[in-house]
Write a protein that binds this ligand. Sequence first.
Ligand SMILES: Cc1ncc(COP(=O)(O)O)c(C=O)c1O
Length: 376
Amino acid sequence: MKIPLIKPDLPAFDEVRGPFEEILANGRITNFGRYVNQFETEAGAYLGARTVAISSGTMGLIFTLSGLGIAPGSKVILPSFTFVATAQAARYAGGVPLFAEIDDDLNISVEDLERLLDTHDDVGAVIAVHMYGLPAKAREIEAVVAKASAKRGRKIPLIFDAAHAFGASINGERIGGFGDAEVFSLSVTKLLVTVEGGLVSTRNEELIAKIRSMRNYGILSNYNAHFAGLNGKMSEFHAIVGVRNLARIEQLIAERQVRAKCFREKVARSTGFGLACWPTGVVHTFKDFTILVPDGEYGRRDRVMAFLGENGIETRAYFYPPVHEQAFFTQYADRPLPKTEILSRRVITLPFYTTISEEEMDYMTGVLARAEKEVQ
Ligand SMILES: Cc1ncc(COP(=O)(O)O)c(C=O)c1O
């Protein structure tokens, strides 16, 4: 059996044929046409916030940090256990990454965040990540950042990197409305796919207006630039794919929840691999389905991955190496992060998608059980 890591959820050609023919005929293929507007309106209604669509999640993070006014050279607290884009965006927006530890749920440690806020005066922003679509402890993080802001007498912006978390929620509250802004990625491995793309979600109207200008070279009107800006536009083709996928997002999320529950049960029943927690009351998108090699056995991780590969199962170690160990970012690594260093060496991300079959999950579980016996 051959099982690829991902199979993106994409609309059938017939679902996009009409709008594609329309824009190819009238030439309105970009520059904030009807489909980008429709996508923003419908995504905003779903998330219960205002949204602005851009060309990628990374661009969304850069614009959001700049739009919230982080001072050049100020520290941006973020977990080291994330995709490197989170840290690249912080740096590109003029910040200096300050790496935080994670908890066993692989999300930022609230305790460590509090310690960093207590010991660094020059924090310009905080970015928390909803890892794999499991929401970070958003209310606790908001409280800790609000306390630090009050102590300093200035607001420290809080951004959630929600790249993995479109459709996730905490006790019925959708991801998209926490912190000062949440930033989604809409790239091919994500829940809501526009091919490439990003979406900033916030209740801050001023930020929305700024990002609208920033994605358009900083221009407000009449080719008059009022802000630093770039080209961060989403095309109409991308928005059409987004509109179609958004229409069935609830169904995609529901199917993933059922499959993830079933896969977790199989892995727990037949193997000794670990599973990160999935608290009750939380909708987890399972953007990735990640298991952990048993504690103390991380030296076997790469051999287990090779064994899975030999048996037709494509895997990744999301996210290894952690950012503070990556060549470009070691310059910002100011202390060891033991939990991050160990957990990032234990992760194996398995194939998982909305259409994964029970047979495929059984096959992977069987190969994992064999790996436990055969791979030293
Ligand atoms: C946690 C995280 N943040 C940011 C991004 C960047 O998103 P994009 O690829 O749309 O720029 C990704 C992309 O995979 C991600 O995983």
